[in-house]
Design a protein around this ligand. Structure first.
Ligand code: ADP
Ligand code: ADP
Length: 224
C-alpha cells in the first residue's frame, strides 16, 4: 500500500472573487514505501499548496488524502495533528530551528514532546547528527552553524520521531550550488534504507534527476 495517496485534489484560492486562482485540478499521486519522489514546478505552480494538503496543514476543496491507508478526508483537527506528529516530517527552505537551543537540543525536544525518554532522545539525536556528518557541531546553537549545517540539523529534527512520510519544500533552495549538493547527499543518506517515503519539491533538475521518480506540476496537474 502507498504511504501517501492523493486522489482528485482540487484547490482554488479566492473562489468567486477577484484574484481567483485554481492551483490544483484533479491531482492524483501515490508514493510507495521507501520511494523518494521529486516534485518539480515553476514558482507559483502550487508546490507548497500540494505539500501543505499532503501534510494535513491545509484542506482541498475536493479530493482525498490517504496516509498509511488511513483516509484523512474530513477528519478532526485532533486526528490530523496526531497523524502529523506521529507520521509526517516537514522540511522547509529555511531551517526554523529554535535559536536559543543547541543543534542536539533542537532534535531532542520534539522527541521529548512525543514521550521519548531523555537518554534515548539524546542518543538518537547524536546518531542522526553523525549520519549527516555534523556530530562535532552538536553543542552549537544555530547561529554558530553554516547555512548547510543548519539545514542538516533541520533534516535530523524532521526525522527525530521516525516519521513514515517526509515532505520537503525546496530543502536546498536557500543554499549555493556546492552546499546544495552536500546537503542533498546528507538528506539521501538519512532517507536511504529507512523505508521512509519522501516528496521533495525542488527547482534543481540535477537533484531531481537523482531521485526515484520525477513528478512535474504543470497547470495544476501532475505530469510525468
Ligand atoms: P509554489 O509553492 O509552487 O510557489 P504556492 O502553492 O505557494 O506555489 O502558490 C500557488 C498559487 O496560489 C500562487 O499563485 C499563489 O499566489 C497562490 N496562493 C497560495 N496561497 C494562497 C492563499 N493563501 N491565498 C490566495 N492565493 C494563494
Ligand atoms: P506541535 O505543537 O507538536 O508542534 P503541530 O500540530 O503544531 O504540533 O505541528 C505538527 C507538525 O506540523 C510539526 O512538524 C510542525 O512543524 C508542522 N506544522 C504545524 N503548523 C505548521 C504550519 N502552519 N506550516 C508548516 N508546518 C507546520
Amino acid at each position: 500500500d502507498p504511504i501517501l495517496r492523493l486522489e482528485g485534489l482540487t484547490k482554488t484560492y479566492n473562489r468567486g472573487k477577484p484574484g481567483e486562482v485554481q492551483v490544483l485540478r484533479d491531482v492524483d499521486l501515490a508514493l510507495a514505501p521507501g520511494e523518494v519522489a521529486a516534485l518539480v514546478a515553476p514558482s507559483g505552480a502550487g508546490k507548497s499548496t500540494l505539500l501543505h494538503i499532503a501534510g494535513l496543514l491545509d484542506t482541498p476543496d475536493a479530493g482525498r488524502v490517504v496516509i498509511g491507508g488511513q483516509d484523512m478526508t474530513g477528519t478532526s483537527d485532533r486526528a490530523r495533528t496526531a497523524m502529523r506528529r506521529r507520521d509526517i516530517g516537514f522540511i522547509y527552505q529555511f531551517h526554523h530551528l529554535l535559536p536559543e537551543f543547541s543543534a542536539a537540543e533542537n532534535i531532542v525536544l520534539p522527541q521529548l514532546a512525543n514521550g521519548t525518554g531523555a537518554d534515548e532522545a539524546r542518543a538518537r539525536a547524536e546518531d542522526l547528527l553523525d549520519r549527516v556528518g555534523i556530530k562535532p557541531r552538536a553543542m552549537h546553537r544555530p547561529a554558530a552553524l553554516s547555512g548547510g549545517e543548519q539545514q542538516r540539523v533541520a533534516f535530523c529534527r524532521a526525522l527525530a520521531n521516525g516519521p513514515r512520510l517526509l515532505l520537503a519544500d525546496e530543502p536546498t533552495g536557500n543554499l549555493d550550488p556546492a552546499t546544495s549538493e552536500q546537503v542533498f547527499a546528507a538528506l539521501m543518506e538519512l532517507v536511504s534504507g529507512t523505508g521512509l517515503s519522501a516528496l521533495i519539491a525542488t527547482h534543481n533538475m540535477e537533484l531531481a534527476a537523482r531521485m526515484d521518480r520525477m513528478l512535474r506540476l504543470e497547470e495544476g496537474q501532475i505530469v510525468g
